[in-house]
Design a protein around this ligand. Sequence first.
Ligand code: HEM
Length: 190
Amino acid sequence: MLEPQRKLSCSGIPPHGIAGALALFLGPLQFSDKLRRRFLPWHRLIGRIYVYGVAVAAPVGIWIEYIKHAHSIAPLRLLIATIGFGALFMLTTGVGFFMARRRNIQAHRRWMTRSYAVAVVFLESRFVDQIPWLAKLWDRPSTILETHHISDLWVWIVLSLAVAELVLRGERVLKARSSVHKAMAPMAGA
Ligand code: HEM
């Protein structure tokens, strides 16, 4: 039997890491209104690299987790959560891309916001371990979930998507307020 770690380091990890890192680092550029207005062809190009990055990173991530599970390195609950994570990443990005192709820009922006929220789950779940007080705070709920055979990865997925929805709603409220102010301005001057 092949050594699991060696097999993993030879095949799945580099494409997964490179494609995932591309999506993570390129994502924030896409949200800049200034960049997009001035360099729309670049937005399209970088956006496509992001979409291809997700198309590689998500299935390969699931495959790596499957190999780890098959070699008893990772539990089944983590494999199931990784399948959910990868599926949501591909779904949100795929719908976002489809909406851009259909020139439905509002929907495109919403779905790409959700896609990037799923992308940052990768950072969130690792970030907490690096900060002792956060790791301590997270320890109890995480232990409860894990002892009930539910991976704590789900919490990060749900939290991230909930924050994305809050941001989208907040933007909608702010836009509605500013259009009311604009409509009232001439009346105030009269
Ligand atoms: C992670 C974030 C994003 C990604 C990966 C992304 C990706 C893309 C891609 C791949 C295209 C080209 C689609 C095609 O081939 O026709 C595109 C077009 C476009 N995107 Fe994004 N996008 C993102 C965020 C945004 C945001 C926040 C906005 C804000 C409104 C936006 C506005 C647009 C516009 C205006 C186009 C041009 C559509 C056209 O050709 O008429 N995108 N985007």
